[in-house]
Design a protein around this ligand. Structure first.
Ligand code: MG
Length: 332
């Protein structure tokens, strides 16, 4: 069966879709009330974020648009030190989308909810005419609670701080690009799409002095290094030889002329840590499934001419530019 325009009309077919698919996979006490808005208790400090997902194709090795939407929103909360509690889910569906595909995506959303122990508490469904929506667009917003007193911010990187990443970079971008263009090259690369909350919470609970965190999504590692450098008025120096990149991603990028440092990730966090805690943080990450390939990849120095610089494998220093233009559209 396929999605029809009437599934977005707000009438009988919308109700049927909600009852047969949405409630079946995502139902919970708050969502099932079907009120105009979810009423939540949120004492203390909370983080709130939103993100839209237009990835093409909808399914790719290592994930799909549903898993991506959940992980993307959760990770924006996680890097602020928040534990996600409630998410919203808005679906903009193109007429003709196979109901089986929609159900597959909803199941993967449900799996992420279970993993992260949070629920979808409100949402919306719209249907647009065939040819006007590319299958499915998703918007998710999320609320998470911050228990930690010391704030983290990308404006808090100071000269001397160590820069760490929790693993190999570029997997998500390479995987989606390879699948979208049906390339043989890169066909074995899986997206790194994953919720970072458990890894980040173990680090925060260990009392490592972490001053800044950002998930390296669009624009990759290069964008985060530049954002940290610019916001904190320092120069971030990355050591190319220490940046983990898989052999497959390296080969894929060489072949197509991309930089793995500019490729999108969906399960990578870059952080600035007090140098006295860098080894300890590295050890904690390496003990974690999402951090086995973690590395100390550089440090912050006093502000120089550029916000981010790369020390190449040959020892020379080159500008690490903020990625410009749009070489990789619809990656998330
Ligand atoms: Mg982010």
């Amino acid at each position: 069966m396929k999605i029809q325009l009437s599934h977005g009309s707000g009438g009988k077919e919308t109700q049927d879709l909600i009852n047969s698919l949405i409630k079946k996979h995502l139902g919970n006490k708050i969502l099932n009330k079907m009120e105009d808005s979810a009423v939540l208790k949120a004492p203390g400090k909370i983080a709130f974020t939103t993100d839209s997902f237009v990835v093409q194709p909808l399914f790719f090795p290592g994930g799909d648009i549903g898993k991506l939407a959940l992980c993307g929103t959760v990770n924006d909360l996680a890097v602020m030190g928040a534990v996600p509690e409630h998410l919203s889910l808005s679906l903009i569906i193109e007429e003709g989308l196979d109901l089986k595909d929609l159900e597959r995506i909803l199941k993967s959303i449900a799996r992420e909810c279970q993993k992260g122990k949070f629920g979808i508490v409100c949402g919306d469904i719209k249907v647009v005419e065939k040819g006007k929506g590319d299958g499915l667009f998703i918007n998710t917003s999320g609320i998470g609670r911050i228990k930690r007193k010391r704030e983290m911010s990308i404006s808090r990187v100071r000269p001397g701080h160590a820069i760490l990443v929790n693993g190999q970079v570029g997997d998500h971008g390479a995987s989606v690009l390879s699948r979208r263009n049906q390339l043989t090259a890169g066909a074995s690369i899986k997206s790194d799409c994953a919720q970072l909350t458990p890894l980040i919470q173990s680090l925060l609970k260990s009392c490592c002095r972490i001053h800044a965190m950002r998930d390296a999504t669009r624009g990759g590692l290069a964008a985060v290094a530049n954002e940290m450098g610019s916001s904190s008025n320092v120069t971030v120096i990355l050591q190319e030889k220490n940046i983990p990149v898989s052999r497959q991603v390296r080969g894929f990028c060489d072949l197509l002329g991309f930089s793995p440092y500019e490729m999108a990730n969906e399960g990578k966090v870059v952080m600035a840590i007090d140098p006295r805690d860098a080894e300890k943080a590295l050890g904690i990450m390496k003990d974690h499934a999402l951090g086995s390939k973690a590395a100390i990849i550089g440090k912050a120095e006093k502000k120089g001419d550029f916000p981010a610089v790369m020390e190449t494998k040959l020892g020379s220093r080159v500008i690490l530019e903020m990625p410009g233009g749009e070489h990789l559209p619809r990656i998330c």
